[in-house]
Every structure is written in C-alpha cells, then in structure tokens.
Design a protein around this ligand. Structure first.
Ligand SMILES: NC(=O)C1=CN([C@@H]2O[C@H](COP(=O)(O)OP(=O)(O)OC[C@H]3O[C@@H](n4cnc5c(N)ncnc54)[C@H](OP(=O)(O)O)[C@@H]3O)[C@@H](O)[C@H]2O)[C@@H](O)CC1
Ligand SMILES: Nc1ncnc2c1ncn2[C@@H]1O[C@H](COP(=O)(O)OP(=O)(O)O)[C@@H](O)[C@H]1O
Ligand SMILES: [K+]
Length: 520
C-alpha cells in the first residue's frame, strides 16, 4: 500500500478537482461525510456529547463539515473553534458560515484566555485542530488544550492525524500532541503511525478514502510502502511442475559457536521450510553431531576448529550465503570473517555477529557485494550507525548507509522497516510473541531461503519479513504470546505461505460509504 506524502495528497486533491470538475469545497464535503458516516454507523443516534474541536485551516474545515452533519442528524454536538490564528482557509470559512446557517449560532471560539469546556470521560472528542499543515510548535495554550483532552479520558477521534503530530519529524515532547484512540487518516496511513517514538499517539488507525482520483493514485509512485498481501502476491514465484532441487538454489549458512549451534539449527530449518532446493551449513566441529541428527535435510561442512569458526573454506558453489548467526566475535572468527569477505563473490545475508564484526571494522563494509541484506536489531544497528536522536534521525542514518554501500537494511522491531536507499518498506505483521531468542535467526534463514530461489534481495527481504511476522500471527492463535518460541515460528511458516492465497473477508459494514474504509 502506497504511503503518500503530504504534498502528494494536496496534489491529488488538485488533480481530482480538475479532472472531475469539482471544487475543493465539494471534495472537503465528501471527506467530511465519510467521517460523519464512520461515527453515525457506530453511534446510531446515541446522545453522547460530541465535542468537535476545529482549527482554522482545512483540518478544521473537515471538522466543521462533520459537526454540521452531526447537528443535522440530531446528535448532541458542541462545536469549538480553536482560534490560534486569523489566517483562516477558504475550506474553513465556507464551512464556518454553513455551520451558522445550520444551528443558528456560531461555534464557540476558544482563545488563549478562555476556559476550556468541561468534557466527561464518556464523551467523544473529534480532534480537528491541526492536520498535516502543522509547521511550527503549537502555542502553549493549545498544548494545554491537548492535555485537557487527555485528562478528560474521553474517546478521541482524530481527523487525518493526531493534532500536534507531524508526518516527517519527531515531536519535541509527548505532551505537544493529542493522544488519539482512533485516527481516520486521509488516503493512506502516515509513516509516524509505525515509528517507535510516535506510534503511541494513536491506539488505532484506519484509512479513509477521501475520493482522490484513482488515476492519480495509480500513477503516483511513493517512497514509502506499507507491505500488504497485495504487494507480496505479484512478487511470489509459483513452484514449477518441471523443476528439481537444483531449480531452487543452494543456500549456505555460516555461523555457530560452542553453546550457540542452535542459532544455525533454527536458521537452516527456516531456510529449508522457505523452499530452498539445497541447504548446507558451515559450523565449528562441535556443531556436526547435533545438526546432523536434528535436521536430516541439512548438509554440513565443518571448520577445523572445535568451538568457533576459524577458517571459512567452502568446497561448494552456493547461490547465496547467510552469515553470522551464533557465530561469536572471537579473534579467530573475526579474522576468518575478514578473509571470507575478501574473497567472497556470492550474494550475502548478514545477521547478528556478522553485523557486530562489520561494526568493529567498518572498512569491511567496502567488501560487501552490492544488494547485500543486513538484518540488525536496534542494538546492532546502533553499533553500525551510532546513536540517533529520534526515529527520523535513525532513518536518515540508515538511508545514508544503504546509499553509501548499495545495501539493503532490515531494521528489526515491532514494525520492521526495510530501507533501500530512499525507499522504505514497512512491515506490520508480527507480534510480541516474537520477542524471544532465536526469532531473528529464523528471519535470516527465511530471507536466505528466498534468495536461493532467485528472489531479488530486496524482494526477499520484504517477502521474508512479511512471512516471518505472518507465521507468528497465525501461531499466536494456538500458543499465545508467551509460548511462541522461534521453533514454532518455523512450524507455522507453511501456514503463512498458504495464507497468501486466502482471500480477505469482505468488510462487514451495513453502509456503502463505509465500505470504502480500509481496516488495519
Ligand atoms: N478533500 C479534503 O477534505 C482534504 C482535506 N485536507 C485536510 O487539510 C489538512 C491540512 O490543512 P491545512 O494545510 O489548511 O493545515 P492545518 O493542518 O489545518 O493547519 C492550519 C494552518 O495553521 C497554521 N499553523 C501551522 N502550525 C501552526 C501552529 N503551530 N500554530 C498556529 N498556526 C499554525 C498553518 O498556516 P500558516 O499560519 O503557516 O499560514 C496551517 O496551514 C489535512 O490534514 C486534512 O485534514 C487535505 O488532506 C486535502 C484533502
Ligand atoms: N514486539 C514485537 N512485535 C513484532 N515483532 C517483534 C517484536 N519483538 C521482536 N520482534 C521480531 O522478532 C525478531 C527478533 O530478532 P532478534 O532480536 O535478532 O532475535 P535473536 O537475535 O534472538 O534471533 C525480529 O524479526 C523482530 O522484528
Ligand atoms: K487532527
């Protein structure tokens, strides 16, 4: 799913107005009706007080449209204008006048010196104070109003974005932003809904189709994508009837050390279950027996050293190499890793201690083949790029690293972000059941297995991360979060593949307008 920038949404609005010969006010009316329908469907006329707080820009204009329809349908509505500027937009002004005509009085103006209205814990707040037009910190009194919302414990529905939140920068303080229970985001979700520092500002979100012309949506490319099944299906390579194990590549996993052979076991099982034709592991001698007896499909090559990797000699021609899981960072291993990178020409997936060794000797980054896939968790990433001040700083640094070495970075977390140069892919599958040792090794195995089958490295990273999280999402239904374990994530990979071909259920809505909303 494309994540449009603010500029692209404005541009799309203009394109639509021109192509469909309608005014921006009519487009605003359409969007407002969508929000009204969302509320009406859920409230069915209930007389719960609804406090609509409107700014003076187009976000406020959207709020006024909703308020008018709520009044017309007999709801218990209180409308306020948060009067932070006198530069009112046309979309605001037109709807402000219509509001007067509808309820025969002007909405209540709130300024810096006014008391805030009483809001009960069972009331509803419609937050239309700031949208994506926020371009400087809000005044203190407006921030106090946001805190008043939070203190009321009322349900907060934000229009387009929680007010005070920007789409491209971190807020200075958590109190500068409205904490929404739900956000109706225009046309696509915002990147900030998926970032560690800002996801908390909306407990849930939904996309509202505000009627931007389909031609514009289709032809416009975005830098940011939310990975959905619809993005994965065109990438999926169906198994061919006249194929054999050679068709699906030979994956090699290099890793393991005394006490950490399990990491290679998990990664190589995941590689096998992802469909690689042949899988070999290169491990220290101590790994031979446990791996040979626990994974019969796996072939093994051992190092001359008993307990750690000391000399990576590979008498095979693998399609792809996954290196680093459980490998350790001893001096012998570090030197073997350097020698390996100096002579390697095969595509690479690098995880765990492979990343730690790269961080220790950054000059080794020059040796990475282009399109190598690196899969750091937050700590490993910090070792590679240094500390960051906020999510956007982290992304900038990751983009720089990707551009400098032409590599793909898989930034693991609740929402794993795949960075390739300026392109960003967000994965939303997965759950806290994955917060357990070994699940990262499984991911390395999956991506390596997909690359063995000739998925392009970027495709393999995107597809792999999606499948990994999906397995966990299916497994959680049987095991819950606590009992998940990395092995169970592998056992549910088959179901994650099969799920690709299950059609999503149509949304259960009674209202045609509401069919247009996309549920998370
Ligand atoms: N079809 C539709 O219905 C569509 C509707 N859309 C809706 O429009 C919304 C964006 O509307 P918007 O551009 O008018 O800006 P908005 O967020 O309302 O802010 C108001 C103005 O306040 C100002 N300002 C900024 N920061 C400030 C501050 N800290 N303290 C004080 N003032 C501050 C700044 O103006 P300035 O003073 O800089 O001239 C800004 O312009 C968007 O989120 C969506 O709801 C669009 O998506 C298109 C399709
Ligand atoms: N709360 C969470 N929600 C979703 N995914 C998670 C969560 N916690 C961890 N994960 C995923 O689990 C994996 C953990 O990887 P990693 O930290 O490398 O584990 P290990 O090194 O033990 O194998 C990553 O793919 C990460 O995205
Ligand atoms: K808002």
């Amino acid at each position: 799913m494309k994540i449009f920038s603010d500029e692209q949404v404005y541009e799309g609005d203009k394109f639509t107005a021109q192509k469909q010969q309608i005014t921006s006010i009519e487009l605003m009316e359409r969007a407002g009706i969508q929000i009204f329908n969302w509320l009406h469907l859920r409230m069915q006329g209930a007389q719960v007080p609804i406090h609509v707080f409107c700014g003076i820009g187009n976000n406020g204009g959207n709020g006024l449209v909703v308020a008018r329809h709520l009044v017309n349908h007999g709801y218990n509505v209180h409308t306020y204008v948060v009067n932070f500027s006198d530069k009112r937009t046309k979309g605001f002004l037109v709807n402000y006048d219509l509001m007067k005509q509808t309820q025969k009085k002007w909405p209540t103006l709130i300024g810096p010196k006014d008391d805030f209205p009483k809001i009960g814990p069972d009331d509803i707040i419609l937050d239309a104070v700031f949208g994506v037009g926020l371009n400087r910190p809000a005044d203190d009194w407006v921030v106090h109003l946001f805190q008043h919302f939070k203190a009321s414990k009322a349900f907060v529905l934000s229009v387009d974005i929680p007010s005070g939140l920007k789409t491209n920068a971190a807020p200075v303080k958590d109190t500068d932003v409205v904490w929404a229970n739900h956000t109706l985001s225009f046309q696509s979700p915002k990147l900030v809904f998926f970032l560690e520092d800002t996801a908390k500002f909306t407990a849930q979100w939904e996309v509202l189709d505000v009627g931007i012309d389909p031609e514009y949506l289709q032809k416009t490319n975005t830098l940011t994508t939310l990975i959905t099944k619809q993005d994965i299906l065109p990438v999926y390579k169906p198994r061919k009837p006249f194929s054999h194990k050679g068709t699906y590549g030979h994956a090699l996993l290099i890793g393991g050390s005394y006490g950490k052979i399990g990491a290679v076991q998990l990664a190589s099982r995941a590689t096998l279950v992802s469909g690689a034709g042949l899988v070999t592991a290169f491990v220290p001698k101590c790994g031979y027996l446990p791996l040979q007896s626990s994974v019969p499909e796996l072939m093994l090559i051992t190092d001359t050293n008993d307990t750690c990797i000391s000399n990576i000699a590979i008498p095979i021609e693998p399609t792809v190499i996954g290196i680093g899981v459980g490998m350790g960072t001893s001096e012998e291993t570090a030197s073997a890793f350097t020698d390996f990178l100096n002579q390697n020409t095969k595509p690479l997936v690098i995880d765990a201690d492979g990343l730690n060794l790269l961080a220790k000797t950054p000059a080794l980054m020059e040796k990475l083949p282009k399109y190598s896939v690196l899969t750091p968790h937050a700590k490993e990433l910090e070792r590679l790029i240094g500390k960051w001040s906020n999510d956007f700083d982290k992304l900038d640094k990751a983009i720089n690293l990707s551009e400098k070495y032409n590599i793909i970075l898989v930034l693991k977390g609740r929402f794993t972000l795949i960075v390739y140069k300026k392109n960003l892919y967000i994965n939303a599958t997965g759950n806290p059941g994955l917060a357990t040792g070994g699940t990262g090794d499984v991911l390395t195995g999956i991506i390596t297995g997909l690359m063995a089958q000739q998925y392009e490295p970027l495709e393999a990273a995107i597809f792999g991360v999606y499948l990994h999280g999906k397995s966990a999402d299916i497994a959680v239904q049987d095991f819950g979060y606590e009992a998940m374990t990395a092995s169970r994530v592998i056992s549910y990979l088959p179901k994650a593949f099969l799920d690709l071909f299950v059609k999503p259920e149509p949304p259960k809505t009674a209202n045609k307008q509401d069919d247009k909303t996309t549920k998370k």
